[in-house]
Design a binder for this molecule. Structure first.
Ligand code: CIR
Length: 261
């Protein structure tokens, strides 16, 4: 898919008050802002026009905008995030998306969906049922996607506590190429999504780097994961390394910092 736009939201001063299981200490907000600026610059280098939402201290996790909506070529679906502290993040995203989407749907209670659990591969959507996305939300989303003319399948990742979201463990890079960390590869194979030839297997020591993003001709990947980086470069990809240490401390990966469309 060719992207022309992205939506981001720089971290708020309250960033360190967000949800985290990482046990890596509190993030430094000033460093996080520098890393976020680097991320935005990378998106612009890929040709994207970037819309910046205002940081809101009431939502310390609000910088992880990917969790608040699913954007497709035919319409957008606002989520209902699974963490109660994040529910309100959707309001400002809805306002923003009205500028771009005539067809804007939503997930209703008791359903919950986090965008990080949704992985699109050439018009087919994998929907992860996780600690954040529940079965009701997954089915509502599948129905919305079906009405928009897309297919989907649901993968339950709750048995894998290392994964906050489906995309914590997998990425689709286009042209049939998948990235997956070892804990989830068999689930994907079971779903018939991937075969050994088009799978880049992420070593356990570099599991965080499984959350990488294809943006037009580039793959954005977290800096500091040499094996992952080498595997991508071997395939002839243009690899852009981004410092993510402060977002990692808050369980956030590369994909969650933007919505791309
Ligand atoms: C949270 O726990 O909700 C945030 N601290 C991190 C969200 C990361 N989002 C993502 O991976 N899609």
């Amino acid at each position: 898919m060719h992207f022309t736009r992205a939506i981001v939201r720089p971290p708020a001063r309250s960033f360190a008050g967000g949800l985290s299981s990482a046990l890596e200490g509190p993030p430094d907000i000033n460093q996080a802002l520098v890393q976020h600026a680097g991320y935005v610059a990378a998106l612009r280098d890929c040709g994207l026009q970037v819309t910046r939402l205002a940081p809101d201290a009431a939502y310390p996790d609000g910088t992880f905008v990917e969790d608040t909506a699913i954007l497709t070529g035919r319409g957008a679906i606002l989520t209902r995030p699974g963490a109660p502290s994040r529910e309100g993040e959707v309001r400002s995203m809805a306002e923003c998306l009205r500028n771009f989407y005539a067809d804007l749907r939503g997930i209703a209670a008791p359903g919950t969906v986090d965008g990080g659990d949704i992985c699109e591969a050439d018009g087919h959507f994998l929907i992860g049922v996780s600690g954040r996305t529940n079965e009701d939300g997954a089915h509502q989303l599948a129905e919305h996607l079906g009405r928009l003319g897309y297919t989907s399948s649901i993968i339950d990742i709750r048995a894998n506590p290392a994964l906050l979201h489906l995309k914590s463990g997998i990425a689709y890079l286009g042209d049939g190429v998948w990235v997956a960390d070892g804990g989830i590869q068999n689930d994907l194979r079971f779903q018939g999504c991937v075969n050994a030839r088009d799978l880049i297997l992420v070593p356990p020591s570099e599991a965080y780097a499984a959350n990488c993003v294809r943006v037009n001709d580039a793959i954005l990947v977290a800096a500091g994961y040499p094996q992952m980086s080498a595997a991508l470069e071997k395939r002839g990809c243009r690899v852009v390394h981004l410092e993510m240490s402060e977002f990692r401390k808050m369980d956030g990966g590369l994909s969650c910092l933007s919505l791309r469309f």
